[in-house]
Ligand binder design. Sequence first.
Ligand SMILES: *Cc1c(COP(=O)(O)O)cnc(C)c1O
Length: 558
Amino acid sequence: MEALQHIIRPTIGIFTNIGPAHDEGFLNRQHKVKEKLKLFFNTDILIYCSDYQEITQGILDSRKSHHDENNVKFTSFTWSMQGNEADLPIRSVEKKNGATTISAVHHDEPIAITIPFTDDASIENAIHCWASMICLGCEQERIQERMQELRQVAMRLELKNAVNNCSLINDSYNSDLHSLSIALDFLNQQQQHARKTLILSDILQSGMDEQELYQQVSRMIQQKGVDRFISVGQALSRHQALFKSNNELPSSFFSSTNQLLNELSADDFQNEGILLKGARAFGFEQIGNLLEQKVHETVLEIDLRAIANNLNVYHGYLNQDTRIMAMVKAFSYGSGSYEIANLLQFHRVDYLAVAYADEGVALRKAGITLPIVVLNPERRSFATMMHHNLEPEIYSRRLLEEYEKAVFERETVADVEPFLIHLMLDTGMQRLGFEEDDLTWLVEKLKDSPYLQVETAFSHLAASGDDGEIAFTREQIDLFDRMSNELMEQLGYFFLRHILNSGGILRYPEAQYDMVRLGLGMISWNRGVRYKPPFLRLKISRPEKRWAMAGKERPSTI
Ligand SMILES: *Cc1c(COP(=O)(O)O)cnc(C)c1O
């Protein structure tokens, strides 16, 4: 927080609440409050709810302990729902017909706001906003007016498998320009389809002039690269000229959802990413029903945010320049291929590794451009691998010779760059790999080879997660160090080195070399590790429940 404080230099602080999130990194709540407060030391004002004992106490403590320094210089503005001392005591909260009226007293005057939500989190958030606006000197009348106009933030976007190898983003919860822009960005993040289709309804209650509104929609569609536009509603139909002037964008205009359902069928959609974005009144769930793939009784839910989070947890253990190779073999251990690869690419991992060439080909076809290593390259797939720029792991003399031959035979046209390979060194796993006495042979083969270039050399720890095998593991690391140094010296060029898997990252940080290979740690609990990364939620749920990975590749064992 101290580091963040220097970056952000906030002048107004709002300490919203304190709960169990991120407790694991702290001794106790008090410790966490203290850390969070560091963000606010240089603010002019701190707004908080005095019902949170731990926050109130934390502020008292820090004022005491920093008495002489001018560290804590903010004044505070508090609110309370439970009768604690506060600048804005809340007198009543009344929920009625989907709205909540909150009454309070400020400077001895009764004041009130009404918000269009009834859930407690929204009420707390609204009071924080109210308190902040009061601090900023907004007039009560204006606050009142604006609070009423609040709308629900877009529900999280969900990606579903749809008919004919399509993906569907169903966002018919709200419809306005801003949420359309967010949803189009999400659509664009899905690389598995070259073609993107938008199905959009009239935008209701925008408060804008119609012509201006749809002009902006048309511009946005052009900027965000939609390939096909299907519109529903009379307003959009009235303004279709705006979209037709949009360079050759294939578009169709339906006056109602029913007309669309009558004239289009599921087969009008093939291999594309579809964004369904309609105002409530248009009943787009019917279009959703048409397009969604009928899923099985049980589904496996993958929380992609949990994976992103785990990746970040591991990032935290790595040196700044350590690269990450994400092991997505066997369709990411059965949890989906391109969905996870897309996420990893987005989060800038450096390499992906798959078990077999066809997994790599599937990723390439889904638009993944990261370097991809194939752990089990088979002779019959060499040509395919070269064609799709997939790099083999080479683990034996025979494999090296076969691959070299394939490269040689391929090289009929002009000179190509040498093909990149990844050398597996056996340091004790005794499964695959070159041993120490293979090195001379290897160097002879590879030194000055116009066909092959070592991109990385690596080894695999046999018991990195086993605290009883630390001595053995250290021997493995020492041997790897020796062998890879020797190799680099003899070959006379630099290549990347890596030996740690998920379990090893936490126990042998000194052996990070240039890269680590993250596998199960990305998606599951890491046993026996003191800091447990938050793990993936696997749950069996009913098909109607949201995002399912239950498409064609659903592992039969789940
Ligand atoms: C699967 C695999 C990993 C990942 O191991 P985790 O323990 O799942 O992190 C690392 N390296 C190689 C060579 C692998 O095959």
